[in-house]
Design a binder for this molecule. Structure first.
Ligand SMILES: Cc1cc2nc3c(=O)[nH]c(=O)nc-3n(C[C@H](O)[C@H](O)[C@H](O)COP(=O)(O)OP(=O)(O)OC[C@H]3O[C@@H](n4cnc5c(N)ncnc54)[C@H](O)[C@@H]3O)c2cc1C
Ligand code: SF4
Length: 477
């Protein structure tokens, strides 16, 4: 890391100046430095350190806006993002899923130039390279835990162990707070140190405020350290934007670039919780041990999730004595997620106080989410849950019979009926064949803001594969 306390002004230059040190930025730093290029990575957050305690410490130190960012719309949705060296990979579940071929085909059908930009075979080779780099493997049987094994039973075998970049996982289920055991291959402990060994420099605690663009070409970034000093970093070859989909749009807004932020997409997610007759957190369990794509034709992904106690407690309904009693049963409570490849498109907008996200699922999206909740509720009952808490406004708070679960799928879609969150964010920046934003010279985009659509699978692996191809091309330029 660059030795500065950030209180004084700093002037730097490098072949490549990368904004953001998460999945996309760290991948670019890794491969560009390996190609012998000088690299500077600028990161708004500080060095990542796993939270010692529970949720509050992690949310304030590792997350953007302390996990409280919301979309604007009738279905207000939590947006979760990391803000630290390593970006969201530090708090991610380490799930690594390859880009689906049918999604790639959709991109090519919508705009044939994607076939040259991201040739399928090159993309697959990049996936393999990243899988090897991060030691991606299938969750072993001993880390399925009650949640993973239960999802497999509840879905009658229609689930498979999750592929994860967590070779040292001990099944503590605390990925969302940073791994206390260094068990997962988040980029702060893999790609970034390897890039630094090749000479890359990482500057933490510095927010890039704008990109300087002269005669249609990006020349420098201007940032401010949290300690007050200013940074000007000039790029000899290119500036790479890897600040996350909404982060890159926001930075372009601040840099005076128009026509960005449209078409923003997410995978909205909902958690279903249930009370079981057996302890759900007795043994080790990977944060996401098991997943199901059995309903992928409807855009649904189902997954087991082991949550830290403080997060699990938030999913327990009730008040007064009933809540008290349920809280005493926390070790017997399990939670599974449904994620949707939503069709809705929102917008990252520019406001007086900064950028904000306008987003609302369509009625079809809401219908599919209800279906996913119904499937998971029924699966929990099949796996002997004593009661299930679907968390749907208008449905019973507690359900105990499969028919009640099925009724949820038949409910009329309603805005705001389920508490949504999303950590998978896409689209908003049009790029040219060199991945330059809005045709601006030497202003390369490497994160999922360049994707034409969402994926329907966990995005980090595809983001890294795409960033690998972009680095290979620009590194050779
Ligand atoms: C809780 C959680 C769990 C997740 N689990 C998974 C999972 O298991 N599998 C999966 O595939 N995906 C998962 N994701 C999503 C995945 O982590 C992200 O899709 C991916 O990391 C996005 O990569 P990125 O480089 O675009 O952005 P990020 O990884 O978010 O990195 C962007 C970085 O840029 C920095 N930044 C932003 N603006 C500026 C600025 N102006 N100046 C300087 N720095 C800036 C940010 O602070 C941040 O560190 C999860 C995300 C979260 C939040
Ligand atoms: S489940 Fe626990 S041990 Fe495994 S990677 Fe996540 S935080 Fe680390």
């Amino acid at each position: 890391m660059l030795a500065t306390d950030g209180s004084k002004d700093v002037h730097e230059s490098a072949d490549f100046v990368i904004v953001g040190s998460g999945a996309a930025g760290a991948t670019c730093a890794r491969w560009l430095s390996a190609a012998g290029r000088s690299v500077l990575v600028i990161e708004e957050g500080g060095p990542a350190r796993a939270a010692r305690g529970e949720g509050y410490e992690a949310s304030t130190r590792l997350y953007r806006n302390g996990t409280s960012a919301m979309t604007w719309g009738r279905d207000a949705m939590h947006i979760l993002q990391g803000r630290c060296v390593g970006g969201s990979t530090v708090v991610a579940g380490a799930v690594m899923e390859m880009m689906p071929h049918d999604v790639w085909q959709e991109w090519v059908q919508t705009d044939p130039r994607w076939e040259q930009r991201l040739p399928w075979d090159d993309l697959m080779r990049a996936h393999e390279r990243m899988d090897a780099e991060l030691a991606v493997e299938k969750t072993p049987r001993e880390l399925w835990g009650e949640g993973g094994a239960g999802l497999l039973r509840g879905l009658m075998g229609q689930a498979t162990p999750t592929w994860r970049a967590a070779p040292g996982c001990q099944g503590s289920g605390r990925c969302f707070q940073g791994c206390p055991h260094g068990g997962k291959s988040s980029v702060d402990v893999t790609l970034l140190p390897r890039a630094e060994k090749e000479g890359a420099r990482v500057i933490p605690w510095c927010r890039v405020e704008r990109v300087e663009i002269a005669d249609g070409v990006a020349v420098a970034v201007h940032g401010r350290f949290s300690a007050g000093g200013k940074l000007v970093a000039r790029a000899k070859v290119a500036i790479i934007l890897a600040a996350s989909a909404p982060g890159t749009v926001a930075l372009l807004h601040r840099s005076g670039v128009k026509n960005v932020g449209q078409g923003f997409q997410v995978h909205p997610a909902v958690a279903v919780a249930g009370l079981f007759p057996r302890p759900m957190s007795a043994g080790p369990e990977a944060t996401h041990a098991m997943e199901s794509f059995a309903f992928r034709d409807q855009g649904l992904k189902l997954e087991s999730v082991r949550l830290p106690t403080s997060s699990l407690a938030q999913r327990v309904p009730g008040v007064g004595r009933q809540l008290d009693q349920r809280m005493q049963q926390l070790p017997f409570i399990g939670s599974w997620n449904v994620l949707l490849r939503a069709e809705a498109r929102g917008r990252v907008r520019r406001g007086l106080l900064g950028s904000w996200i306008q987003y609302a699922p369509t009625d079809e999206d809401r219908r599919k989410l209800l279906k996913g909740i119904a499937i998971l509720s029924e699966a929990m009952l099949l796996d002997e849950a004593l009661e299930v808490w679907p968390g749907v406004h208008g449905a019973p708070e507690t359900i105990t019979r499969p028919k009640q679960a099925q009724d949820i799928a038949a409910m009329a879609p309603q805005a705001g009926a389920v508490p949504l969150w999303s950590a998978h964010l896409f689209c908003g920046v049009p790029v040219d064949d060199q991945f330059q934003a809005c045709g601006i010279g030497k202003l390369v985009v490497a994160d999922s803001s360049l994707f034409p659509s969402n994926l329907g699978v966990a995005p980090a692996a595809t983001i890294m594969a795409v960033a690998t191809l972009i680095s290979d091309r620009w590194g050779a330029a």
